[in-house]
Design a protein around this ligand. Structure first.
Ligand code: ATP
Length: 300
């Protein structure tokens, strides 16, 4: 096989509960991931060396050296297989960069699936999941897709049943937010108030809403413990969230560490209208409709 293409989705966290800061610097999380229909494509072609290039809307914001998560994933896979392999990776970028939608993790997952096929390794999903977990806590979910809850640092995943499709709008903001800085701001704000940080628990009402495909109920339960920190670092996002609510969003929240904002719409038509309204709003670079859940990294 001389060329393989893999499609891999972005995610939104419909519940992100962040526990107290642990001694190892991580937090225990309850992280409900939901894969949505904004896709990067990772193409892997036969090559002697290992290279990566990026094309598409957000290409200029992505590193094309060893800092690229897709190349790190390809190298980790080659190491796991115990051989030196090459690949020319080309990423077609549609997922906003540093936007809290796990774009880099998606590309890493895409590279694992693509190179597994290109090199004829035939590794099962469980092996790829293990390598993915070492690459970053969001990478296993990008392989799996659907809707799933991550516990621990977010990497211990269980699939969650959902009843039907949910319709979303993602409002992309100017610039990015560093995930590490948003967690640090969250810790700083918590230290300032001195309030006890509760142990994170899976929200049963949210689970029931997902299971029933009940968008109004899901909209009412959307929760992100990083939102206050993201809004402190980027106060302009509050206006974007309000604008979406004023136009009928069933729920609005910062996606992961932000600055992308996610809005739950009533149906596909509402999502299209809301995206068109939000893309005119001063705080948004663009706004795109999408639906979820969708499958994880898949060969085309
Ligand atoms: P998360 O939601 O997992 O916290 P994010 O969506 O906020 O992540 P990413 O788009 O994954 O952020 O990008 C984070 C940083 O990773 C970027 O600033 C970029 O420099 C770097 N990066 C490395 N590889 C990639 C890649 N393939 N695509 C996007 N960013 C990458």
């Amino acid at each position: 096989m001389s060329s393989v293409t893999v499609r891999v989705p972005a995610k939104v966290n419909v519940q992100l509960s962040v526990g107290p800061l642990r001694e190892d610097g991580y937090h225990d999380l309850v992280n409900v991931f939901h894969a949505v229909s904004i896709f990067d494509e990772v193409v892997a072609k036969e090559s002697e060396g290992m290279t990566v290039s990026v094309v598409g809307e957000w290409a200029d914001q992505v590193p094309v050296d060893d800092g690229n998560l897709a190349i790190q994933a390809a190298r980790a896979l080659a190491k796991h297989a115990g051989r030196t392999y090459g690949a020319e990776l080309v990423i077609h970028k549609a997922i906003p960069v540093a936007g809290g939608m796990a774009g880099g993790s998606a590309d890493a997952a895409g590279a694992l699936v693509a190179c597994n096929e290109l090199w004829g390794l035939g590794l099962p999903l469980e092996d790829l999941m293990e390598i993915a977990g070492d690459l970053g806590s969001d990478v296993p979910f990008s392989l799996l897709g659907g809707t799933a809850v991550g516990t621990g640092r977010g990497e211990q995943l269980s699939q969650l049943p959902t009843g039907g499709l949910f319709h979303w709008v993602f409002a992309v903001a100017e610039g990015g937010l560093s995930t590490a800085k948003v967690y640090a701001e969250c810790d700083r704000l918590r230290a300032e108030t001195g309030a006890d940080v509760p142990w994170p628990e899976l929200d049963e009402a949210l689970l029931a809403a997902l299971r029933a495909g009940d968008a109004p109920a899901l909209g009412a339960r959307l929760a992100n413990d990083l939102q206050l920190a993201a809004l402190t670092l980027r106060p302009d996002l509050a206006g974007t969230l309000d604008e979406g609510r004023r136009h009928g969003a069933l729920g609005a929240l910062v996606s992961g560490s932000g600055p992308t904002c996610a809005f739950l719409a009533t149906d596909a038509d509402h999502a299209r209208d809301l995206a068109s309204t939000l893309s005119q709003f001063a705080g948004c670079t663009t706004a795109v409709p999408a639906h979820g859940p969708v499958p994880g990294a898949a060969l085309l």
